[in-house]
Design a binder for this molecule. Structure first.
Ligand code: SOE
Length: 390
């Protein structure tokens, strides 16, 4: 694995936990953790249970006791590491967004496609697909329970940047992260919406805003944010604080419950300034037969409105039944799951796909489509919200 902070920690937990709760064809071994800071990477390796450390990710590529590389470092590193790993015959799990530009994502996708022909696979970490309630939503849409889809309403709301003195971190530096709220959290909404509807976004009109243009360099880091000094030096925020856009989806692609001619229309919002909303990754779908609504802050439930039973109103499905996706391997009914479980399910699906010799999903090609939407949103916002084809 490359990287050991937030994503490195949750991925480590997943690699360790997956074989204990699911029957896997291979037993993952946490062979080596890479990070540039020798002391920091050693502390992380001891804490998360990695057997060895490297201070240069290239060593992971050279080592023949490593079969898969999990990339949990910032976006500016993804393309180089993923391409080198795939060319060296190592499978890759890469955090999202896939890259910092469409050009990089295209190169990664081309290398990934030829590697897959040699049985070397790659996957992008759009983990929310593995949240049981969203996986159930996908199943219900595929089963035609919503009929033809009309509306997609997607929000990803956090508030950890609301404090204007929260310190500058790599997530606020475009050269490292590619974009701000748009790529860090909006990308999840885009992937989830395209996956559940089975339909790609074909065009967008967008607005982006950076509310706080400069932030303290250094300070007390807490979680993703924290508090910097008020009088010390400040540096520029080079990414968006918020992004909103409207979107059109393409028509029928596959599966039941699809739209026939024109696809649904969508409204998206991604922000880290929605005070009080901590990790509200929300998705609402309206179709001709019913509606579904999900909010990650209530992640063990899914609201379903079945128009055939109008006076029943929205029904809250508690997604803790053994018949619900992934749930049967965990706790008795009613004893819900948390944020980390999606990452564990991601490992399970990845290892099973590799063992079966099948392309895992989401592929780099799926992630490239998300990258194209991100680029179109930025282009539209720069052009005073002019409609931008994807
Ligand atoms: C990782 O998948 C990620 O997008 C983080 O980068 C965000 O900061 C987090 O809030 C949601 O998950």
């Amino acid at each position: 694995m490359v990287g050991y902070s937030f994503m490195g920690a949750v991925h480590s937990h997943a690699w360790r936990t997956a074989p204990r709760f699911f029957d896997l064809p291979f037993a993952p071994e946490l062979t080596a953790l890479a990070g540039r800071n020798a002391a920091g990477v050693q502390v992380a390796a001891d804490k998360f249970g990695w057997d060895s450390v490297e201070t240069d990710w290239r060593r992971l590529i050279e080592r023949d006791d490593i079969d898969l590389i999990d990339i949990c470092s910032p976006g500016d590193t993804h393309a180089e590491i993923a391409i080198a790993a795939l060319e060296a015959g190592k499978h890759v799990l890469c955090e999202k967004p896939l890259a910092n530009s469409v050009a990089e994502a295209e190169k990664m996708t081309a290398v990934a496609s030829s590697a897959a022909e040699r049985g070397v696979y790659s996957m992008c970490g759009f983990t929310y697909r593995r949240t049981p309630a969203l996986a159930l939503a996908k199943r219900m849409v595929d089963d035609g329970r919503l009929g033809e889809l009309r509306h997609v309403r997607a929000q990803y709301l956090q508030d950890w940047l609301s404090d204007a003195d929260a310190p500058l971190t790599w997530r606020l530096d475009k050269s490292k992260s590619g974009s701000g709220s748009l790529g860090d959290i909006g990308a999840h909404s885009i992937d989830a919406a395209q996956w559940i509807t089975g339909s790609s976004i074909t065009g967008v009109s967008a607005l982006m805003e950076t509310f706080v243009k400069e932030r303290p360099i250094g300070g007390d880091f807490i979680g993703l944010g924290g508090h910097g000094g008020t009088d010390g030096p400040r540096g520029p925020v080079t990414v968006d604080d918020a992004a909103i856009f409207t979107a059109r989806f393409g028509g029928k692609t596959s599966g039941a419950g699809r739209t026939s001619d024109g696809g649904p229309i969508g409204v998206f919002e991604a922000t880290r300034f929605a005070l009080g909303r901590k990790n509200a990754m929300r998705l609402e779908l309206n179709g001709t037969l019913g509606s579904l609504a999900f909010d990650f802050e209530d992640m063990n439930s899914l609201s379903f409105y079945d128009a055939a039973h109008e006076d029943a109103g929205f029904r809250r499905i508690i997604v803790t039944e053994p018949s619900h996706p992934y749930v049967g391997n965990w706790w008795p009914t009613g004893h819900g799951l948390g944020y980390e479980h999606g990452f564990t399910h991601q490992v399970v699906d990845l290892v099973n796909a590799i063992s079966a010799g099948e392309q895992p999903a989401p592929s780099f090609s799926d992630a490239l489509q998300v990258q194209k939407v991100l680029a179109a949103v930025e282009a539209s916002a720069e052009a005073e919200s002019r409609w931008q084809k994807v």
